[in-house]
Design a protein around this ligand. Structure first.
Ligand SMILES: Cc1ncc(COP(=O)(O)O)c(C=O)c1O
Length: 442
């Protein structure tokens, strides 16, 4: 264990990296040149014995922590009894039970139904298919800075050009983008409610100039923009979008893939706004690392596609569903919704305190334990400090802490620690982070 020394790639990681470069395509990027040996809770130990505190949580996939014993047990037991028969050939109980639980817990006091897929992108693809079929309309509206995945439709709905879209066109037709409030970068002096009003008013103009509302099947939005830089809208804005969708019969899809499952101090981030979407997409943390995503929505919409129109060979495998059921138990038994508020609260306090000390921190924001700092070279001009952000991320892992950057300008430090992180790990991680910020500020 080398917690007090620099976390340098050891011999095994160096060897693996050479093999990786020879055998694996460049496209699947990774933040560190360290290779995982094992992981538990909020700790990852690399193949050379370097120990790292995890503030990245596999990009929000490990809310219950790495290898939670209950999840491991559920996976092992299911794998020993039946790995997969394909739901389309012969179904099984765990798929139904998890669907029942998600129908009950997802926001909205209406009858819901669920289907499963494998990845976040697949969940969004299916939500769009359902919305189109149910409305008979073709257009789908997403938002500036949105991230919904890397498949053709989800890439088309995604905003950030580089690296996600560059050279991959043509994109899916009938996709449109609207502004999403970014209060920190709004016109100087504008209040959040004025920003909201300006954008909500713009919807009407957009429906005249860009696409007729009766051609819009769905508006899809992240309750907090993830890849876009942890941008949190107001409840007022979210409620305004809901009103517009209701007015024009447009389906509201909440993409809770990064915000979901206790991350924001509620089981679902939409609960923070008092708004229920018609369809919710979930993935990442629902099965603690097993490939699983869910599409949960109004029963009358979910049932429009007929038999065989939705699904897939691996979708909702018994092993993934067993993990999903265990995750729900862990969240409840370990009060992880409340824990997200405590962890996030402590991080926000530290970040605000540092903001007084380090000019490089332009903005501090977040919801629950989905927290971020936006780094700038100049607080007045808000010039994004992209290089310094990359330096903080590498300085962090170099000192035993895993963090991530995000944002359209690549200048946001974002954190999604496993919610089971201990107070001691949290404080130690914050210490490493402050040191890295102090170094980057010089
Ligand atoms: C909000 C959101 N939607 C969709 C996706 C795509 O998920 P996946 O990478 O599992 O396809 C992500 C992944 O980061 C995401 O954050």
């Amino acid at each position: 264990m080398t917690t007090d020394m620099k976390t340098m790639p050891g011999q095994k990681s160096v060897q693996l990296h050479a093999r990786r470069q020879n055998a694996v395509a460049i496209g699947p990027y990774h933040v560190t040149p360290l290779y995982v040996g094992s992981a538990q809770g909020a700790t990852i130990i690399d193949v050379d014995g370097n120990e790292l505190i995890d503030f990245a949580g596999g990009i929000g996939m490990q809310n219950v922590g790495h290898c939670h014993p209950k999840v491991v047990q559920a996976i092992q037991e299911q794998a020993a009894s039946s790995i997969h028969s394909c739901f389309h050939v012969m179904p099984y109980e765990s798929y139904i039970e998890l669907a029942e639980k998600l129908n009950e817990k997802t926001p909205g006091r209406f009858k819901k139904k669920t289907m499963f897929a494998n990845s976040g992108a697949e969940a969004v693809e299916n939500a769009v298919k359902i919305a189109r079929k149910a409305t008979g309309r073709s257009a789908v509206v997403s938002f500036e800075r949105a991230y919904h995945g890397r498949t053709l439709m989800t890439m088309s709905l995604t905003s950030k050009v580089n690296p996600y879209k560059q050279g991959f066109g043509p994109f899916a037709p009938e996709t449109y983008k609207l502004p999403y409030p970014y209060y920190y970068r709004a016109t100087q002096g504008m209040l959040p409610e004025e920003v909201d009003e300006q954008i909500l008013n713009y919807f009407e103009q957009f429906f005249l100039g860009e696409v007729a509302p009766d051609n819009v099947a769905a508006v899809i939005m992240e309750p907090v923009q993830g890849e876009g830089g942890f941008i949190v809208p107001s409840a007022n804005f979210m409620q305004g979008v809901r009103r517009i969708c209701d007015k024009y019969g447009i389906i509201m899809i909440a993409d809770e893939i990064q915000t979901g499952f206790a991350r924001t101090g509620k089981l679902f981030a939409m609960e923070n706004y008092g708004v229920a979407a018609d369809i919710t997409t979930l993935s990442k943390s629902i099965a603690a690392g097993m490939p699983l995503s869910a599409i949960t929505g109004r029963a009358e919409l979910m049932d429009v596609p007929g038999p065989g129109q939705l699904g897939g060979t691996f979708s909702g495998s018994p092993v993934a569903c067993a993990a999903g059921l265990a995750v729900l138990d862990v969240i409840e038994e370990e009060n992880l919704v409340e824990r997200a508020q405590i962890v996030g609260g402590r991080m926000m306090d530290a970040f605000r305190n540092w903001q007084d000390k380090y000019d490089i921190i332009g903005d501090v924001r977040g919801l629950g334990a989905m927290v971020a700092m936006e780094l700038v070279t100049d607080r007045a001009t808000k010039e994004p400090a992209k290089e310094a952000t990359a330096k903080v991320v590498s300085e962090c892992w170099n000192n035993g802490l895993l963090g991530l950057s995000a944002g359209i300008f690549g200048n946001v430090l974002r954190f999604l620690p496993p919610l089971v992180i201990t107070d001691e790990q949290l404080e130690k991680g914050l210490g490493i982070l402050e040191q890295a910020i102090a170094t980057a500020s010089k």
